[in-house]
Design a protein around this ligand. Structure first.
Ligand code: OSB
Ligand code: MG
Length: 371
């Protein structure tokens, strides 16, 4: 398909409650929504880079530079044949996975609309609803954490992830575990420890956790392998896995036993698929991580999570857990069995609420084919 106009929308959306991790606290989430017009259709993608380089070195600012200067020129006015052709055209751009992924998502949306197939169909997803959990940020106190978890359980979530950081780890997790002895519980440190300070996490091994996510630095597969040897609980990597090659090497090295897949972090849905297939072939379970997405990114995550080796619940919560008002007309809600339905309309299966989009747009830039 030949794209004739691409528009970037820089959004800042207020969260229903602040989200705090080991790298910081946020009250409003930034992202770039990417609108691609081609042959009378409009595809949407979400670039999940944040305002600050806390989770990843990519930011709204880096994507706002890389998209217009290097990625958009590779597709505007060119006959791009789907995601693989897109990846081939941008291989000379090193890194910038989130910028690439946002654009690739819009191409999937266009392809699905053109073929009259939902993204789940294009990806050959196996399920029409997927099991999900909720990611709970750092709270004021262990008692506050227990109350927050309780409110999510009341909403129907059956798997909970707790954010931890040095000084707010074993005490918090013990409090949650003793309040909810049978809950499917896991933790995420977002790279807050070193091999030395991770000794503090040893007591977690006795708390029956599904996994411990990204305890060490994002560029440190080797030390994760050393640490995994000291734990019975599976380590899961998030930040460290930015390509199918890293996934393979992490598995071969024993740096993790579970992989968190985020299409944004790995450079697009095509790369997420490759990691899914590789992990499946090696018997490594995967699950779909989240980046507090709008309805656009959430729709993509749900389609991805419908693939067979997504065997653990994803960080894909209902719209109301994040936003009072989303920029899609479709709202995602939690079913009684802690699942969310996968969209089944063509493409991503969501439509934009242009009025809501306008309310949260800080800046907008359009690029047209001039040739
Ligand atoms: O590490 O998984 C993470 C949100 C922003 C950045 C990183 C992470 C997260 C979450 C939230 O844990 C997942 C979600 O509900 O979208
Ligand atoms: Mg994580």
């Amino acid at each position: 398909m030949i794209a004739d106009c691409i528009t970037l929308h820089h959004l800042r959306m207020p969260l229903v409650s602040p989200f705090e991790t080991s790298f910081g606290r946020t009250d409003a989430r930034d992202c770039i929504l990417i609108e691609v017009k081609a042959e009378g259709l409009t595809g949407w993608g979400e670039c999940v880079a944040d305002r600050e380089p806390g989770y990843s070195w990519e930011t709204v600012g880096t994507a706002w530079h890389i998209l217009p200067d290097f990625l958009i020129p590779e597709i505007l006015g060119k006959d791009v044949q789907g995601a693989h052709d897109f990846q081939r055209r941008v291989t000379h751009v090193r890194g910038h996975q989130m910028a690439k992924a946002g654009l690739e998502m819009a191409l999937w949306d266009l392809q699905g609309q053109a073929e009259g197939k939902p993204l789940r169909g294009l990806l050959e997803g196996a399920r029409d609803c997927v099991e999900v959990g909720v990611s709970v940020g750092l709270q004021e106190s262990p008692a506050g954490l227990v109350a927050t978890v309780e409110s999510y359980l009341a909403q129907g979530y059956r798997r909970v992830k707790l954010k931890i950081k040095p000084g707010r780890d074993v005490g918090d997790v013990r409090a949650a575990r003793s309040a909810f002895p049978d809950l499917r519980l896991q933790v995420d440190a977002n790279s807050a420890y070193t091999l030395e300070t991770a000794d503090a996490l040893f007591p977690l091994d006795d708390l029956n956790l599904l996994l411990i996510e990204q305890p060490l630095a994002e560029d440190d597969l080797w030390d994760h392998a050393q640490l995994q040897k000291q734990f019975c609980t599976p380590l899961c990597l998030d930040e460290s896995i930015t390509s199918p090659r890293h996934a393979r090497q992490a598995i071969e090295m024993g740096a993790c036993r579970v992989v968190n897949i985020k299409q944004g972090r790995v450079g697009g849905i095509s790369q997420a698929l490759a990691i899914h297939d590789l992990c499946q072939a090696r018997g490594v379970p995967v699950w779909c991580g989240g980046m507090l997405e709008t309805g656009v990114g959430r729709a993509a995550n749900l389609a991805l999570a419908s693939l067979p080796n997504f065997s653990l619940p994803g960080d894909i919560s209902a719209t109301e857990r994040y936003y009072r008002e989303d920029i899609t007309n479709e709202i995602f809600s939690l079913n009684e069995d802690s699942t969310i339905d996968v969209p089944d309309s063509p493409g991503l299966g969501v439509t934009i609420n242009h009025w809501a989009l306008e309310q949260v747009t800080l800046e907008k830039r359009s690029f047209r084919e001039t040739g």
